[in-house]
Design a protein around this ligand. Sequence first.
Ligand code: CP
Ligand code: NVA
Length: 309
Amino acid sequence: MKNFINLKDISSKDLKKIILDAKKRKRLRKKLNTLETDKGAPLRGKILIQMFEKASSRTRISFYLAIKQLGGGTLTLRSNELHLGQGGESISDTAKILSTYGDGFMLRTDSDSKISEFKRYLKIPIINGLSPSSHPTQVLSDIFTVEEIKKKTISKLNICWIGDSNNVLNSLIAASVKFSFKLNIGCPKKFKPNKEVISWSEKNKGKINIYHDPKKAVSGADVIFSDKVISLNDKVDKKKKIKEFKKFKINKRLISYAKKNCIFLHCLPRGDEVDDEVFLGPTSHVWQQALNRVHVQKSILLYCFGKLR
Ligand code: CP
Ligand code: NVA
């Protein structure tokens, strides 16, 4: 049994194995309908319990489809429906109960320490479905999407992030070390990635450059990533923060500084950080990106359940 909490704690070898498995599985089920099961139904009879403390559309649906296609099922909970969420039960007891009924647990939470505490008491794998510090299932799936579209290993590409230094960027930084790719970050001075994340990357030979001029950040990029300026539960003066990101808005003019065949990716939901012309235009591959969550999460589930081929 393996957990999937943070990309920086998983070996490059395992992460690459997950991507490879997802590539094979996606290819093999080309002719199957959405709810048809992969050959061999490797997770037949298994249930993934998903719990959300924050809103989610893609993560909840893609995990539902992922385990279904592997022969299993999901139960989706909102934490406020549980005794735990109402303050009437501890994490330790809840974790023991989840381990009694379920085979795997996916948690989207507003607290990283909750993940650690659940991990301590669970006897089943835990998957981080987004926390304040990371969004590992999203970013691993994004690596898959980049390689699928660019038909190249990501280590040969220049990746750029324009936007807030948030959970998704933290996971992208971890991925840049694990998959050895160059990452340019464009953000206002005040919103630089946090020091621990940068020093971890430096210690691990990360190839990161931070720019406060968005044109410099996108220069030579093969891929431009972005995300909302205001994340879920971001406790800031929203109007002020959005204003501070004004010159980082992604539009055709900014993209013209990147490589000609550069692609645009965004985990969704979107805000004002990108204009419609780019988001809905030919450079953007955001719908394919969202769909790939299903394929990659299947292989993440297999990894956690000890069934990765
Ligand atoms: N990208 C992503 O995680 O979307 P949701 O918040 O809708 O799950
Ligand atoms: N950074 C965003 C990602 C949403 C999928 C958030 O945490 O809200």
